[in-house]
Design a binder for this molecule. Structure first.
Ligand SMILES: C[S@@+](CC[C@H](N)C(=O)[O-])C[C@H]1O[C@@H](n2cnc3c(N)ncnc32)[C@H](O)[C@@H]1O
Length: 205
């Protein structure tokens, strides 16, 4: 089940990759990245991870804003990574590797910040992902979680009805995000509305 789930996601995003930056959702995602930057607080020489980095747009933006930042983009999809590498405006400060968010190929306490934009909703085991995020973050490091949210009562209805693509994606209310964070020993600092139903939740280790 887990292998099939991951394989299906990889195939979906491999197919989407060549047109990803040219389709309408990407315009929305880039507006979200821009708004996210207003809430990002990093040391000047930060080392950051973008989990589910897609074509690398967010990391390029971060590297332009923070000239001494180093960043790693991790994604499931080789095709997304192929485009991210071709569009890497800041090599060797930015690098891209293939992997899954629930088993991060990094030693502990590596990163000042971890980002996840419109990717968390695809994760089969969110608890495992958050404990991995907590493991690779330095003390006081930040996790910036940006995803579509929904109210608590809608969240439980969606789950019980399996209405969204047979459980292939999952939305989290602000309360559930906070609970998941607490479970992984990540403190929820605040929530910020970025665009429509897209919510940023900032956690601290
Ligand atoms: C909608 S795209 C968002 C890409 C990028 N973060 C952005 O803001 O444009 C979701 C990305 O998450 C990746 N993804 C999905 N499940 C993943 C997993 N378990 N581990 C790593 N990446 C994953 C997909 O391959 C895809 O590139």
């Amino acid at each position: 089940m887990t292998d099939d789930f991951v394989k299906n996601k990889q195939q979906l995003f491999d197919r989407w990759a060549p047109s990803y930056d040219w389709l309408f959702p990407s315009v929305i995602y880039q507006a979200i990245h821009q708004r996210l930057l207003a809430y990002v607080n990093l040391p000047p020489t930060a080392n950051v991870l973008d989990m589910g980095c897609g074509t690398g747009r967010l990391l390029n933006r971060l590297a332009s804003q923070f000239p001494d930042l180093r960043g790693t983009g991790l994604d499931l999809s080789p095709q997304m990574l192929h485009i991210a590498r071709n569009q890497n405006c800041h090599h060797p400060r930015l690098i891209y590797i293939q992997g899954t968010a629930d088993s991060l190929p990094f030693a502990e306490a590596q990163f000042d910040a971890v980002f996840s934009t419109i990717s968390f909703l695809h994760y089969l085991e969110p608890e495992r992902v958050l404990s991995e995020v907590a493991r690779v973050l330095k003390k006081s490091g930040r996790f910036y979680l940006v995803d579509i949210t929904c109210p608590k009562n809608v969240e439980s209805r969606l789950q019980s009805l399996h209405t969204i693509a047979a459980g292939s994606i999952r939305l989290y209310s602000p309360e559930s995000r906070q609970q998941l964070g607490t479970f992984a020993q990540l403190q929820c600092l605040n929530h910020y509305s970025l665009l429509g139903p897209v919510l940023l939740t900032v956690f601290s280790k």
